[in-house]
Design a protein around this ligand. Structure first.
Ligand code: 13P
Length: 251
């Protein structure tokens, strides 16, 4: 059985005063059935990890560099995230692919660095609206998966997040059928990656893009959806807690 995962991506939001949300979330879900992960800006990782210690909340980064150290001003190595208290790192988010021109090859190198440092990589994939309109969704997802996933990646060290670019921060979501189509395709593609069904079944597949308390239960009822990667609605414990509760209820 795959353990469900509710992951929050705070993006470039949050200062120390927002760390109060961690205690509120932990208090609302002292022993959530699913895993709960918050990925704050790098400046808050260490302080958030301190607050989250002893609770069911895990902490992650939003990016890491592929190299272990060196002359890379402004970047952060995977081992540094780990030392700061992170257990996971989001990689290849569409905002990084768009804002920083990250390629599949770079995302794979970052995932390999994350694995070497003992972090779980949350690798993001997703089509643009133009690609969906052109009927290219599965081709794009297949290409991103094949290019971004390290050869040795397994369900133990890697989570895949399907985030349609046009659904991020827009309030728009794909139909449940569209989500199912992509998640079924991802599961099938992972069989090729793993060479066996058991390996493919071990990966958690998250949906991301305008997930909120009001639509979470319906999305979590879709086959092969093992949780969510949540942006805006993860900033407040009341909203994110409701999403965690919906995931727990989905069983
Ligand atoms: P929103 O939930 O704000 O649409 O963001 C989704 C996302 O990009 C999470 O990584």
């Amino acid at each position: 059985m795959r353990r469900k995962l509710a992951a929050g991506n705070w993006k470039m939001n949050g200062t120390r005063q927002d760390l109060a949300e961690v205690a509120a979330l932990a208090a609302a879900h002292p022993a959530a059935d699913c895993e709960v992960l918050l990925c704050p800006p790098a400046t808050l990782i260490a302080a958030m990890a301190e607050r989250a210690a002893g609770t069911a909340v895990m902490v992650g980064g939003q990016d890491c560099h592929a190299a272990a150290s060196g002359a890379h001003t402004g970047d952060i190595a995977a081992a540094m995230l780990k030392e700061a208290g992170a257990s996971h790192v989001i990689l290849g988010h569409s905002e990084r692919r768009a804002d920083h021109g990250e390629t599949d090859t770079e995302v794979r190198a970052k995932a390999e660095a994350a694995h070497a440092a003992g972090l779980v990589a949350v690798i993001c994939l997703g089509e643009t609206e133009a690609q969906r309109d052109a009927g290219e969704t599965l081709a794009v997802i297949g290409r991103q998966l094949a290019g971004s996933l390290p050869a040795t990646a397994s369900g133990a060290d890697t989570v895949i997040a399907y985030e349609p670019v046009w659904a991020i921060g827009t309030g728009r979501t794909p139909t449940l059928q569209q989500i199912a189509e992509v998640h079924d395709f991802l599961r099938l593609s992972l069989r090729t990656h793993c060479g066996d069904e058991a390996g493919a079944e071990a990966f958690r597949l998250l949906y991301g893009g305008s997930v909120k308390p009001s639509n979470a239960a319906a999305i979590f009822a879709v086959a092969n959806v093992d949780g969510a990667l949540v942006g805006g609605a993860s900033l407040k414990a009341a909203d994110f807690g409701a999403i965690v509760a919906a995931l727990d209820a989905a069983g």
